[in-house]
Design a protein around this ligand. Sequence first.
Ligand code: F6P
Length: 536
Amino acid sequence: MFERLRTLHTAVKDRSIFDLFQRDVSRAEQFSIDTDNLRFDFSKTQIDEDILQELGAFCKARKLDVMRENLFSGALINETEGRAALHTALRNLDGDPVYCDGQDVMPEVLATLERMQAFAKSVRSGAITGPGGGFLDVVNIGIGGSDLGPAMAALALTPYQNGPRCHFVSNIDGAHITDTLHHLDPRRTLVIVASKSFTTVEAIMNAKAARDWVLAGGGDPAAQFVALSTAVDKTREFGIPSERVFGFSDWVGGRYSIWGPIGLSLMIGIGCEDFNAFLLGGQAMDRHFRTTAWSENMPVMLALTGLWHHQICGYPTRAVIPYEQRLSRLPAYLQQLEMESNGKSIAMDGSDLTEPSGPIVWGEPGTNAQHAFFQLIHQGTIVVPCEFLVGALGHEKDLKSHHQLLVANCLAQSEALMRGRSADETRILLQEPRLSAVDLERQVRHRVFEGNRPSTTLIYPKLTPYVLGQIIALYEHRVFVEGALLGLNSYDQWGVELGKTMATSLVPVVAGEIPATGKDGSTAGLVDYVLKHRDV
Ligand code: F6P
């Protein structure tokens, strides 16, 4: 399959994407997918009907429909951890039964959601307070999936934020918690300790620092701490009362966990109704993904476009460029979602992966990105497929022209990447009579854009909670499809373990308690440097 696709790529790689539009006026429509409100346009790529057919055949050969059903129906698809990956159950608001290990998980999911709602309402209304009065601030302490989702979504939904202010502390760098707590009231701050395992050193150490801060400021940890975890026993050991613990099951992967208890800070910030709308958006995307044919299926097409660009065309990275300042944490969120899920070299059956794993994902919001790294994207020697996201409308009613300029920039970038600018066009623009013919040609060369650089655009009406839910679920399913087609397990993350273990063993070395015996020269030298400087 991959070979056939590579042959197709060799045949088409030098043709002009822009010419494809000239030859086929319906191209944009044919190579776009619409749901009721979203449009994913992948027409500014080399994908054509033959390639689509081949990609569709690939899905069929890999039995993607069977794997998709396994995902939704609670099969143990995370084989290396012996678990299901049932995050879709967290947004299954109708409560239709979902079985895992023969048991319907929905009663517990809905009961936890109700408890979260009751708690969030009480915090927002002031029925639950700290010793200093109603909560002014919420600090979510967690890292990775226990941070990136709610932090990204809280920022994305700033216009809907009408509860206590939400803050997020993740890094073990003491600067993070210091700078966050610095201006908060230790008697009116709710601390949410979010950790699926409740053993992650960053979360636990920062939670202890927050507890010390609350105590030192005259607060009451029993009244001000909440835990979100699958390890309820460990939250108890930490001293968090059971009525303040929101548990979830191990079939919720960390990077897929924003829909359940890990989303509590977001729920408190935006309120239950908008959080519900977020869940409904996710559920709508689930339905679309589960029931729509491949050729009309948005997550599948997003995945196939990714597979085409990375595994077939060989482009090493993809840039996610939201033209939405409030989505500035989306690239970081997607880095974990995509790279922790599909950054593997071993296939599900234990053999070596024969194709490249998932790509490097990176990005920044436009228009900032344009003034930073777009030089390379337009004229560098590496092709970087760009995934643009943009809303037709912004939230700032008084700043409509800002938004028009934002949208124009987004569309202009994808057009410029595709069309480029030839030497002839550049020569006309560069009418500079003082230049000699030789100098003119030299200047022209620097100003030519070769074009033919692929991009896709996801366009949505406005970044509401519902739309954000759709977008996040869209990317989750994209990761699933890419992982399934590559034949790997998207739901484990063994690659993060080694560094953690080594860090633990290096702590006493860095503290100068034991020598750096057995360490390589570089590590020993760096330790030496730290020890020499520790009291400076
Ligand atoms: O180290 C990676 C990781 O396990 C992520 O997969 C996870 O989201 C993060 O750490 C935090 O884990 P926890 O929620 O258990 O603290």
